[in-house]
Structures are given as structure tokens and as C-alpha cells.
Design a protein around this ligand. Structure first.
Ligand SMILES: Nc1ncnc2c1ncn2[C@@H]1O[C@H](COP(=O)(O)OP(=O)(O)OP(=O)(O)O)[C@@H](O)[C@H]1O
Length: 314
């Protein structure tokens, strides 16, 4: 039985080569129960390869893969596979069926009680459209139907491959609300994407890969600390006083904006608050996109991965 201290997914020293292509190299990874991992990288970085290894579709060239206490390509994985939900990239359904019929079909395949169908349609906000043909659905509605499909059988592990590609900002937000709801039932989620805006608040930790190699992994806070990215402070009301103030000479990047090393943040905020005419102040830590850009642009400097064994949560 899976206890709370055991990882749901564990990859140890995993390499995957397709002939001469080293699709993954030296991957070490743990995903704990109820944890959401973001898997980030450019096209061809190795994200889908990692998903396929976890699903047991392909075999690692070397290293060990353990998913729900089994090697996903072993015969023992037959049982554990029932507890895995998967939303592939570019999900497609039988367009002439209704949303409810699509889910009924997958529920029968997965041997899941029918009751779950209406519950899940409600959870992803598709109750109003469940009797309409899928061909009338928007891209966002199809993605949400895909998520409901992936969540049939209350999986302990959910794999989402580029789930928000092609979704507008509102649909993306709605999609993540559904993910959060499903996460609250205790499932672990691996979410792979190269669309970063909006993901940040929905993940517990991230791994950034490039050319099959891990560049960094850990909670966002840990990644920010490792990268030593400055905090942005935006001010209002100072009318140019920032630029002429010698104390801020090293930090000013615009008439009302500073970039300050994290350890100086508090000191600078105190100084700013004492200035005449300050009417507002915003402190913004580096976001996921900046963290991602940092690690990719410093790739040549990071010969070895950062934090490959940690499993702390933010
Ligand atoms: N079956 C295969 N045979 C040969 N090479 C492959 C195969 N599958 C993937 N690759 C190669 O492995 C590398 C990683 O591919 P992968 O599909 O995992 O990347 P990805 O990060 O998912 O990319 P994308 O964001 O474009 O989907 C790429 O160089 C790709 O060309």
C-alpha cells in the first residue's frame, strides 16, 4: 500500500536514447502524493519522452522508473495503470457524440461507475453543454472535457501534456480552476508546458529541462534563490525623485521602477516609504517566466543540475 511518505512517481538516474538522440539524460525526480509538478522546456527538450516513460509507453535506456510502486512497463503495472489519468496534447474526440456520450464511452473502457460522469461534467463546468455534440464545443470546452476524461476513476496520478495550448486567457484560468479542484482530492499532477503565464500559482515545484538535461528543479522559491534574480519595486507619486536619489543609483531602471537584490529589498522598501509624496508601492518577485529564461540563458554555465535530489515544498 502507498503510504504518504512514498513518492507517487520516482525517476532515478534515468536516461532515454533514441539511437543517437539523447532525449533524456540523468533525470532524478520525485512527485509526492498531492503534489503538482510543472515540467518545463522548449520544443524537443524531452517533456513528452518523460511522460511516455511514466505512462510505460517506452522503456528507459538506463536508470529506474517507479510509478505507484511499480515499474510502469512491468506486468505488475496493469493494476496501477488504472490509477493514472492522462490528457494528451491536442486531445481529440468523436465529434458527433455529445460530451456525456464521450465520457460514458471512456467510463466503460475504464470500468468506472456511471455516476462519476455527471459529477465530473459538473466539476469541469460542462453540465450545461453535456447533451450537445462535441463538434459544437469551443477549444476550451474540449480541453475541459479532456480533463474530465483524464479524471475518470479518480486517478492518483494525472499527467497533463500542454493542456492550455490554444486556450484564451479566460479559458486557461477556468482550466486551472478545474485542475485545482481536482488536486484538492489528493491526486498528484505532472503538468508539462511551454506556456508559462498563469501556471505559477498552480504548481508546487518545477523541473526545467533543455536538450534532455535537467537545468534546475525545486520549488519556485528555491529556483528564485538559486538564480538570485532581483525583486522589482514599482513606485507611484515620486515624480522623478528616484533617479536623482544617490541611495538608489545601482537599482533604478526607470523613473518609477527599481530592481533590487532580494536581500536588500526590505531596506530599500523602508527608505522608499520614508520619502515625501510616495503614494503607492508594489514589490514583485521574479515570476516563473523570468526564472525559466534565466536558467535557459545560463545553460552553458550550469554544467550540473541544481537541486536534483530535493523534495521540499514551497
Ligand atoms: N521516436 C523517436 N525517435 C527518435 N527521436 C525521437 C523520438 N521521439 C522523440 N525523439 C527526439 O527526442 C527529443 C525529445 O523529444 P520530446 O518529444 O520528448 O520533446 P518535447 O519536449 O515533448 O517537445 P515538444 O514541446 O515539441 O512536444 C527530440 O530531439 C525528438 O526529436
Amino acid at each position: 500500500m502507498t503510504t504518504h511518505s512514498q513518492p507517487i512517481v520516482e525517476l532515478t538516474n534515468v536516461n532515454k536514447h533514441y539511437d543517437k538522440v539523447k532525449a533524456l539524460q540523468g533525470i532524478n525526480l520525485k512527485v509526492m502524493p498531492g503534489e503538482v509538478l510543472g515540467l518545463f522546456g522548449h520544443n524537443g527538450a524531452g517533456k513528452t519522452t518523460m511522460m511516455k516513460l511514466i505512462l510505460g509507453i517506452i522503456k528507459a535506456t538506463s536508470g529506474t522508473v517507479n510509478v505507484l510502486n511499480a515499474d510502469p512497463i512491468s506486468s505488475q503495472a496493469f493494476e496501477s495503470r488504472k490509477h493514472i489519468g492522462y490528457l494528451p496534447e491536442n486531445v481529440s474526440f468523436y465529434d458527433h457524440l455529445t460530451g456525456k456520450e464521450v465520457l460514458t464511452y471512456f467510463a466503460r473502457l475504464k470500468k468506472v461507475p456511471k455516476q462519476q460522469i455527471t459529477d465530473l461534467l459538473e466539476q469541469v463546468g460542462l453540465t450545461h453543454a453535456m447533451n450537445r455534440a462535441v463538434k459544437t464545443y469551443s477549444k476550451g470546452m474540449r480541453q475541459r472535457l479532456g480533463l474530465a476524461q483524464a479524471f475518470l476513476g479518480q486517478p492518483k496520478l494525472l499527467l497533463l501534456d500542454e493542456p492550455t495550448v490554444g486556450l484564451d486567457p479566460i479559458a486557461t484560468q477556468e482550466f486551472y480552476q478545474s485542475v485545482d479542484k481536482l488536486k484538492s482530492t489528493g491526486a498528484s499532477i505532472i503538468l508539462c508546458s511551454h506556456v508559462l503565464p498563469g501556471v505559477e500559482q498552480h504548481i508546487d515545484k518545477a523541473i526545467i529541462i533543455s536538450g534532455g538535461k535537467p537545468l534546475a528543479q525545486g520549488s519556485l522559491q528555491e529556483l528564485r534563490q538559486q538564480a538570485q534574480l532581483p525583486v522589482t519595486i514599482k513606485t507611484q507619486g515620486l515624480n522623478g525623485a528616484l533617479v536623482t536619489d544617490e541611495r538608489f543609483g545601482d537599482f533604478v531602471v526607470a523613473a518609477d521602477e527599481l530592481k533590487v537584490p532580494e536581500e536588500k529589498n526590505l531596506e530599500v522598501v523602508k527608505q522608499l516609504l520614508e520619502m515625501n509624496n510616495i503614494s503607492n508601492l508594489q514589490v514583485l518577485p521574479a515570476d516563473l517566466e523570468q526564472v525559466y529564461q534565466y536558467y535557459l540563458s545560463h545553460e552553458h554555465l550550469s554544467q550540473k543540475p541544481v537541486n536534483t535530489t530535493e523534495e521540499t515544498k514551497a
